[in-house]
Design a protein around this ligand. Sequence first.
Ligand code: GDP
Length: 444
Amino acid sequence: MFSSLQDRLGSILNGLTGRGALSEADVSAALREVRRALLEADVALEVVRSFTDRVKEKAVGAEILKSIKPGQMVVKIVHDELVATLGTEGVSIDLNAPAPVTVMMVGLQGSGKTTTTGKIAKRFTERQKKRVLMASLDTRRPAAQEQLRVLGEQTGVATLPIIPGQGPVEIAVRASQAARLGGYDILILDTAGRTHIDEPLMAEMAEIKARSTPHEILLVADSLTGQDAVNLARSFDGRVGITGIVLTRVDGDGRGGAALSMRAVTGKPIKLLGTGEKMDALEEFHPSRVADRILGMGDIVSLVERAAENIDAERAAAMAKKMQSGKFDLNDLADQIGQMQKMGGLGGLMGMMPGVAKMKDQIAGAGLDDRLLKRQLAIISSMTAYERANPDALKHSRKKRIAAGSGTSSADINKLLKMHRQMADMMKAVGKGKGPGIMGKLMG
Ligand code: GDP
């Protein structure tokens, strides 16, 4: 899976040189490769577009950390954005409902529905000691119900006895009753497929859904069909509503475009990957692991993460020194505000510091809330370097100019200066050992 993308991105690494911040030209050149690689991997065009736009937005102007090459920085940003596109966290089948929890499998004929039904049933039975009942609702393909019965025998999972002549909805209702009466934890309904989507199929799925109220509706899609699989997911989701996707035949898919597009297009998580014909060839879907595999550059990603940690540690140490000497100017304040934003704003910051309710009130009293952080930064960046280092020297006329330059008012500037003074006083107290090392704790 994803081998072509790996090859492509490798060349980006070597292509980028230079220091400082990532330039637009560097980023654009790298992103041209990324774009081409994604399109070749059969990722949906709309997904490629929004993906590269997002990477560009984050990358242009991004500071290149010490000991990191620009290409490595781009790889890290691409990696993080891949994880976001794939869904940040792995989502498994949700069993959080009264038993029997019904899981309905939908998809086209030959996509691997029956095989996957068997795999999932086997897994829940063996790993979680669940009592699982499987039922085939496929009355169109003569051997379908028999196929599931045989799978059940092989895996030791119960199947609903076959009653010839019953229709899919009838079987679904009977299966629900049997699961309830039999005390099963999970009921998996393997529905009939078609070679393509048509209205009778959708109507049948909607009726089965209405009569058996499934907790999960999983679309089984063949990863090899690429864009078709994505369109399929969109159609099924629009008409029946799906709760997740199982991508099959990932073992034979060298491109992986479907995996990348599915989540972005449907908003529904990929829950499992089918990686072979055997009954245990089923993998959980972990976005970060898949992103690592796509890039094949996990070591670079951790390298950049480590470098970022070092920088933060260096900054924290420098800040601690400043605090001890009682010097805390507006440059430092801007730094702190930046850190606060990085850690999820004021709320996130306070959440990380136990026992600072008093300080919270003080800061809130000084007019600092998340909405204001941005404005504060704008004010500070409108000042000269001298003013930032010596805020007490600010005259009224300069305040007016700075207010105009930052789109704020003189009152805003006075508020900021007051807050800075309060913080500097607190810092001094902390530096002299009169309190806990708040900022140190914060950044350590
Ligand atoms: P259904 O019509 O959707 O129920 O599809 P089946 O479950 O009958 O699967 C069709 C074929 O695909 C069978 O030969 C399966 O062994 C094969 N198959 C299913 N899942 C996978 C997979 O993840 N990898 C591979 N290589 N083959 C699979």
